[in-house]
Design a binder for this molecule. Structure first.
Ligand code: HEC
Length: 337
């Protein structure tokens, strides 16, 4: 018996060493934070599934370093110290990036929104209908802030679990919460529905973080995201109840061309120019762009030397850049006064 196990051990070692040139991407993820990530093969969470799809697209193997993420500083230290290469689920906003000079961020792979979750029967169809109702929120979140600013009657809970228990017990009429948590709840709990809050100022594009010294990794991940964005990515997100945003009732549905352009804009451009394209402290308001479509194409193809506006020639087809120009024009034309 002894000999056999030694032989097996030798075989395993041999396999491991012949395997040594397989590229590995190490992901940091929380072992117990569904729907984002979980140490559970059958239900690993959408961030683990997206990371796995990205690694596969790059011909790499994904290994996972499990770390609790309740405290951002502790979790990100793993990334700084090389415990892992990639950290999913971080806001791709200028404010979040400002104090993390050693990190770089992938293009966003989804946009986190606020949603209203309420019972299917007698529930809420629009945010305004929350007036006069008791609205459950999680302390210190964008949903809490939203309900507060609108003057809704709030009941504040410490975490999402308590919040949803309160909703199922009818202690509150509705809940305002981030889309992944709301989506996850309604996919599991019959009798509840979800309505997205249309408020671009509160939309948060979410991407992955890497160390800046891993120069090539960002371009690789962005390239892989572009490959996955038409089918694999939406399919993973949909399994966890995170769907594409329905159109606001007031504005007419977008054509297929403009919908695709919106998706390219959100994943490639919004982290600098803002989800609503109205600009951020780091880049211009594109709704206010006064040049022609040809001017737009030229600037986007060539970039603006000396600024963060890098050339997109070869990365996005000319036709798709023109479609982005038309989408932005559409945004500006339909903007509410
Ligand atoms: C990493 C940040 C970043 C990304 C990503 C980015 N831009 Fe820019 N963009 C800038 C900066 C910075 C400028 C130049 C300074 C300015 O005008 O604010 C700029 C300028 C522009 C301009 C000229 C604006 C004007 O009024 O002259 C256009 C058009 C533009 N970007 C389009 C896009 C499009 C389309 C995308 C996505 C394909 C994109 N940008 C992605 C940062 C970015």
């Amino acid at each position: 018996m002894r000999l056999i196990s030694v032989a097996v051990a030798v075989l395993v070692a041999a396999a491991a060493s012949s395997d040594a040139d397989v590229r590995r991407i190490r992901l940091c993820a929380d072992p117990a934070n569904l729907p984002f990530s979980a140490r559970d093969e059958r239900q690993p969470g959408f961030e683990v599934e997206v990371a796995r799809a990205l690694a596969q697209a790059l011909g790499a193997e994904l290994t996972i370093h499990w770390v609790p993420t309740a405290r951002e500083i502790v979790a990100l230290r793993q990334l700084y110290d090389g415990g892992c290469d990639v950290f999913m689920g971080l806001p791709a906003t200028a404010a979040f990036r400002a104090d993390k000079p050693r990190l770089q961020f992938s293009a966003p792979y989804y946009v986190m929104r606020q949603v209203v979750v309420s019972p299917t029967v007698g529930g809420v169809g629009r945010l305004d209908e929350l007036r006069g109702k008791l609205v459950g929120v999680q302390a210190m979140t964008l949903g809490d802030q939203l309900a507060y600013e609108r003057g809704f009657t709030r009941k504040v809970y410490r975490n999402a679990d308590e919040l949803f228990i309160a909703l199922t017990r009818s202690e509150v009429d509705s809940v305002v919460i981030e889309s992944p948590l709301g989506g996850w709840f309604v996919t599991h709990q019959p009798g509840f529905r979800l309505v997205e809050v249309v408020d671009p100022a509160r939309d948060v594009p979410i991407g992955a973080a890497m160390r800046k010294v891993d120069l090539a990794l960002k371009d690789e991940l962005d390239g892989a995201l572009r490959k996955l964005e038409t089918s694999t990515l939406p399919a993973i997100l949909a399994r966890y109840g995170i769907g594409p945003a329905p159109q606001p009732a007031a504005s007419p549905a977008l054509s297929t061309e403009l919908r695709l352009a919106r998706s390219t804009f959100l994943t490639q451009c919004s982290q600098c120019h803002g989800v609503d394209a109205k600009g951020t402290p780091v880049a211009a308001n594109l709704q206010a762009f006064k040049g022609s479509e040809d001017d737009f194409l030229r600037i986007v193809r060539n970039g603006r030397p000396g600024t963060a506006m890098t050339p997109w020639k070869g990365l996005i087809d000319d036709d798709d850049i023109r479609a982005i120009a038309r989408y932005l024009k559409h945004l500006a034309d339909t903007a509410r006064p």
